[in-house]
Each structure stands twice: as C-alpha cells, then as structure tokens.
Ligand binder design. Structure first.
Ligand SMILES: [Zn+2]
Ligand SMILES: [Zn+2]
Length: 245
C-alpha cells in the first residue's frame, strides 16, 4: 500500500479522535475537563489540521443539538438531502458558522506550523505521496463526520422515542462512539456514549495519567437503564428508503 494512503488514514483517524475527545465531548458538552497543557496541544493540532478553531466547531455542534432535525438544524438528513449531509460536511459547516459567535483567530503561528508540517512531508515523502495523503485524509475524515450526521439521524433503534437520532450499537466502533446517537442526544454531557464506545478506554487511560478529569457520575460504567428501554422503535424501512438522495 502506498505510504501516502497509510499516512492519510492515520492522519484522518487521529484528527477524528481529537475532534471527538476535545471539540465534541470536552468543549461542546463539557463532559470532562482536559489538562491545560494537553488542551493547548489539541487546540493547536485542530487549528493546524482542520483549519478552524475548536470553539467554533463546538458552537456549531451545540446549534445542532438545540435544533436537531428542525429546519434550523445545520446538517439534518431529514431537512437536507442525506447525500448532501454525507458528502457536504465542510459546506454545511461553513454556512452554519455564520450563525454562531465568531471564534478566535488562529494567527500567524498556526500558518507557520502548517507550512512546516507540509514542508516536512514534502521533503521526506515527495509531492505525489503528500497529495495522496491529503486526498485520503479528506475523504476519510469528512466521511466519518458525514456518516455520524447522516446515519445517526436516519436508521436504527430509538431507546429515547422523544429525542432525535437513532442507535446502531456496532457503528459505535468505526464512528468513535456515535453509533449511540439517540442515546447521545438524550445524554449529551455523558463522557461515555454506550457499552461499545471505543473512546471510553482512552478516556480512562488519560484520566489515569491525570490528563483528563472524569466525573464518574456522568459516565456510569453500567449501561443506563433508560437506554435499554423496551420502548425501542426501529424506523420502518419503507419510511427510511423514501427519503430523498
Ligand atoms: Zn445528532
Ligand atoms: Zn453532541
């Protein structure tokens, strides 16, 4: 496999992890606190790689929670074409960021670091592999984000019938815990989304290293009874398939 593909995959997974742990669970939902040194590193990483500030990402995500599946939702597959939500994460984010308070500017330091990173990869791996890496990174990272916003609001079980989103437990592994999307909308401040949440062991490790301050009351290790409610509702297949692509 070309080295550019491997680097692109690693970069996409790492960036999705930073987005999930720092921007989503820590900043958007205050599920736990991150040590200031680690927070500073993650903030810089996100600005360099994604090109926006983490607080703006968090503000757009909170907008999604407040308006989920209504006409004001920035990326609802119920309100937009699901294919647009799946493939158009960047476009929808760019539109939504105008509706939240402006974040802090990244400044020259971030541009300098980004330039040095690109220069390093160019020298070590060559322009062709860097181009390959960039394409694989964008497709995989935006694909993960698009899948969360699309599948999480269209298909699966609904242990919380009055809350947006659906649960597909096995999807929690590739989607970094977001297979439990209905449960997440019901318990947005929980640091663990469900039993198969792959982020949870990482958070426990970071807590052991005192890099993350977990509130155990927000992250019960046992499955929440309400998420196992017998009132689960699976969206009828014919209803789901009638949605526009
Ligand atoms: Zn959602
Ligand atoms: Zn959320």
């Amino acid at each position: 496999m070309p080295i550019g593909v491997v680097l692109g995959l690693c970069s996409a997974v790492l960036t999705a992890l930073v987005t999930e742990v720092y921007c989503h669970r820590c900043l958007a939902h205050r599920a736990f606190a991150v040590h200031p040194v680690l927070a500073s590193f993650l903030d810089t990483y996100f600005r360099v790689i994604v090109g926006t500030d983490p607080e703006t990402w968090a503000a757009v995500h909170r907008l999604h929670h407040r308006t989920a599946d209504t006409p004001l939702d920035p990326h609802s597959p119920v309100q937009h074409r699901p294919l647009t939500v799946l493939a158009g994460s960047s476009y929808l984010f760019a539109k939504a960021r105008r509706r939240v308070p402006a974040g802090t500017s990244s400044g020259k330091k971030i541009f300098l670091i980004r330039g040095l990173v690109v220069a390093f990869y160019m020298v070590v791996f060559g322009p062709l592999q860097v181009l390959l890496m960039l394409v694989v990174h964008l497709v995989c990272y935006l694909g993960i984000m698009g899948m969360v916003n699309t599948v999480g609001h269209l298909y699966g079980r609904k242990p919380h019938p009055d809350v947006p989103g659906y649960d597909v437990a096995w999807l929690a592994i590739p989607l970094l815990g977001h297979g439990y999307h209905n449960s997440h909308h019901a318990h947005p401040a929980a640091s663990r989304t469900g039993p198969l949440d792959p982020i949870w062991p990482l958070l426990r490790l970071l807590a052991t290293l005192r890099l993350v301050s977990l509130d155990e009351r927000r992250a019960p290790t046992q499955t929440r009874a309400c998420c196992e409610a017998s009132s689960s509702v699976v969206r009828p297949l014919e209803e789901a398939s009638s949605l526009r692509f």
